[in-house]
Design a protein around this ligand. Structure first.
Ligand code: PLP
Ligand code: COI
Length: 368
């Protein structure tokens, strides 16, 4: 059991997690074989965390248990109405062996904002942080130490009440699982090609675009298949006014020739923590940063005129990836290649892996 003091901001006492060890945990040799080439999202650690919530009991029964299938009533609301949210965050192994994560308070708060939008209960941030520490306490050996490797942590929450009426569920579960991760895209950091989705949108005004909820990703799968059919890696979505929103799982950033950095900002876009951090690092270098609408026309004309000198995508799973091409039904625009995206990627990952000073206090130690 990890000992954590009463949280000074919320006055919450830590939860007491009941820990059941996995007697069928992978051997060190099997684990090392997986960590040698982890891929993304294919292998899972030996344990998982869950915490129950009910209208009457609030948050209760915190557990660490062997990783395995979840038993659900077929009438569980999540299976019918998709009342579900999730997060994505990574644990990094530093050269001295210690394990750290990056700005977890931001993920904890975003999980709360997603919960509000999906009418789910808000997990207090101290409980969120504690869940990460509890899992690392038992599965810390799963944090890989290879270059660009990490342990991807996937917190999620869903409606488990067996009830077919359409209303917020009275019983909810929060889970945390973890998956060792290498590069998100096969081939490492190569420029990606982007398909412009003209027929499908991801989010609407007043919809759930800013929440990290499964439905947004379900809505992105058909346009993502269209991207593959058109030999593109990813899909970019527009809003109803043909402003650029984001990719299926990453934010988009434009670099202008005067050094200004612009990124789409609206209440239908997920507020990425990677993007926020990269923009802070860019500000630290003296770049002017703007969050505003960017129309498709501004993008295409900016590239054609040379005003836009670089376009990149960013997110926890893929970190920073230059965009090399934008393809639509009747056009292909090669994108200019610059150096800023990869410089910022290096600066960010140097902080995350403990190779550079953490000036903004973004790291959070998980194994002590
Ligand atoms: N946009 C979408 C739709 C995402 O799924 C993600 C990934 O989590 C992001 C943006 C980037 O967010 P973050 O940098 O917090 O991972
Ligand atoms: C992330 O970057 O954490 C994501 O959630 C993107 C994708 C794996 C859904």
């Amino acid at each position: 059991m990890t000992t954590i003091d009463t949280d000074p901001d919320t006055g919450l006492d830590p939860l007491e997690f009941a820990v059941t060890r996995n007697l069928a945990a992978k051997s060190a040799a099997d684990r090392d074989a997986i960590l040698a080439s982890p891929g993304f999202g294919q292998n899972f650690t030996d344990h998982m965390v869950d915490i129950c919530w009910s209208v009457r009991g609030g948050w209760h029964r915190p557990r660490v248990s062997p990783y395995g299938p979840i038993s659900l009533d077929p009438a569980a609301a999540v299976l019918h109405y998709g009342q579900e949210i999730f997060e994505g965050i990574k644990a990094y192994r530093h050269a001295d062996g210690s394990v750290h994560t990056f700005r977890p308070d931001q993920n904890g708060r975003r999980l709360q904002r997603s919960a509000r939008r999906l009418a789910l209960p808000e997990l207090p941030v101290p409980y969120f942080l504690q869940s990460l520490r509890e899992l690392i306490a038992v599965d810390g050996a799963w944090v890989p130490s290879g270059e660009d490797q990490s342990l991807y942590l996937r917190p999620f929450m869903f409606a488990k009440e067996a009830f077919l009426g359409v209303r917020p569920a009275h019983k909810v579960a929060y889970y945390l699982i973890a998956s060792p991760a290498g590069a998100y895209f096969k081939g490492g950091v190569q420029p990606v090609s982007i398909w412009l989705s003209e027929d499908y949108s991801r989010a609407g005004k007043g919809g759930t675009g800013a929440a990290k909820t499964g439905g947004n990703y379900a809505a992105s799968l058909l346009p993502q298949s269209e991207a593959y059919e058109n030999e593109c890696d990813q899909v970019v979505f527009l809003d109803q006014d043909r402003n650029v929103e984001e990719l299926g799982g990453m934010n988009v950033v434009f670099v202008y020739k005067d050094g200004t950095i612009v990124t789409p900002q609206s209440d239908s876009i997920l507020e990425g923590i990677t993007r926020d951090s990269l923009l802070q690092l860019a500000r630290d270098r003296g770049h002017h940063v703007e969050g505003r609408n960017v129309s498709l026309t501004e993008w295409r004309e900016g590239v054609a005129s040379g005003d836009i000198v670089e376009v990149f995508a960013c997110g926890t799973a893929a970190v920073v990836t230059p965009i090399g091409m934008l393809k639509g039904r009747d056009f292909i625009d090669e994108q200019p290649s610059g150096t800023l995206a990869l410089e910022l990627r290096e600066e960010l990952t140097n902080i995350q892996y403990g190779r550079a000073e953490d000036k903004h206090g973004w790291l959070y130690r998980l194994d002590a």
